[in-house]
Design a protein around this ligand. Structure first.
Ligand code: FNR
Length: 366
């Protein structure tokens, strides 16, 4: 029986050893608020590559200081940040995996207290406490957070330029694929959504206007990075509320992304509407991925509570996605990929030789 999860995948000139990827997950572990990766990041990302992931996507990395979710986020607006990523990409490569990075601007959800280590996780961080004035498509606030300033045209141009500069640095740091964060209520998603984009200029109104910022960033980044390097976009394909950016609009956007040279869309959901009724449960976003894959022919990755090897295999075997991303399950068990490979076909090839003695019994039994 073919094991789809363990099959390689080629996008442009990049071949990834399998279809089990780790999605971006913020660590809020930058020490000096300078966006520079630390030994934690080296250990953290290296452990997933050692643990059998095909590609490891580095967490949401801000393209400008104002675009950080919190002061503890990674950044890629200067060369010191680029240089600190090199050991990570080298380690990931040495372990046989590909290294991706998610480039991000948090928009109106920036300048918040990090998820851990502070008194009010997720609350707006006042300027007096090291926070900053946020920006968005319009001056409308996300529930409970400080109101942003609406970006003017010069501000939008600067955001596009910042994504390009960060992508260039990512390439210099040895990154193999770039993902643009267009999900979870951050800046690009805020522009896409009629709930947060109240503009009346060419960046608002109909879907073509709301998608203009995303498509400008895609075009500019595509021009910046090597033609053989894959470019991915993560979208929230549903906001799970009436009147929000929905699967119908997402289908149109994905078709445009395909025409603009995007190689894969990662299909997530939510993040822009307070009180959304999200049907959280095993594989709860997979049907969104399947819909987009079938309607647009765009390769997609599915994510969201895909926690078991045979569940992941089923998603691929039934043609719902081209890649499965496993997040929290990899945090709980950084060897998740090795265990999946053993469960699916008793194959120990992916086990690093240094660790094979620990797996002898399982390999004999298979
Ligand atoms: C996340 N998630 C996330 N998403 C994203 O696009 N960029 C990010 O930087 C982060 N950060 C982050 C941190 C942590 C600690 C968690 C748990 C999650 C969402 C993540 O990529 C993924 O989509 C969800 O966790 C759902 O997948 P799992 O965990 O159910 O496999």
């Amino acid at each position: 029986m073919t094991q789809h999860l363990l099959e390689p995948l080629t996008l442009r000139e990049l071949t990834v050893r399998n279809r089990l990827w780790v999605p971006p997950m913020c660590q809020y572990s930058v020490a000096a608020q300078d966006g520079v990766a630390t030994p934690w990041h080296l250990m953290h990302y290296g452990s997933f590559a050692r643990g059998g992931a095909g590609a490891v996507i580095l967490e949401a990395t801000a393209v400008v200081p104002q675009g950080r979710i919190s002061p503890q986020d990674l950044g890629l607006w200067d060369d010191a940040q680029r240089d600190a990523l090199r050991p990570i990409t080298e380690l990931v490569h040495s372990l046989g995996a590909a290294a991706g990075i998610q480039l991000a601007h948090a928009g109106r959800k920036a300048s918040t207290e990090p998820e851990w280590g502070t008194a009010r996780p997720g609350a707006s961080l006042a300027e007096a406490d090291g926070g900053w004035r946020t920006v968005g498509p319009s001056a409308s606030a996300y529930a409970g957070l400080a109101a942003p300033e609406a970006l003017d045209e010069a501000g939008i141009d600067a955001v596009v330029d910042a994504f390009v500069a960060a992508a260039g640095r990512a390439v210099e740091a040895g990154i193999d694929l770039i993902e643009i964060h267009g999900a979870h209520g951050y800046l690009i998603h805020e522009f896409l959504s009629p709930l947060s984009n109240l503009r009346s200029d060419s960046y608002g109104g109909e879907l073509a206007g709301r998608a203009r910022l995303l498509l400008r960033i895609v075009d500019a980044v595509r021009d910046e990075i090597p033609s053989g390097m894959p470019l991915l976009v993560r979208l929230s394909a549903s906001e799970w509320v009436d009147g929000g950016f929905d699967l119908g609009e997402a289908t149109q956007v994905v078709s445009w992304l395909r025409e603009h040279g995007v190689d894969m869309v990662d299909v997530s959901s939510g993040g822009n509407a307070e009180g959304a009724a999200i049907p959280v449960g095993p594989g709860y976003q997979t049907s969104l991925a399947a819909h987009l894959r079938h309607r647009t022919d765009m390769p997609v990755s599915a994510v969201g509570m895909i926690d078991e090897p045979f569940q992941a295999e089923h998603v691929l075997a039934t043609g719902q996605a081209d890649v499965v991303r496993v997040g929290r399950a990899f945090l709980r068990d950084p060897s998740w990929g090795l265990h999946a490979a053993l469960a699916l076909r008793g194959d120990g090839d992916i086990v690093p030789p240094q660790y094979r003695r620990a797996y002898r019994q399982q390999l004999r039994r298979s």
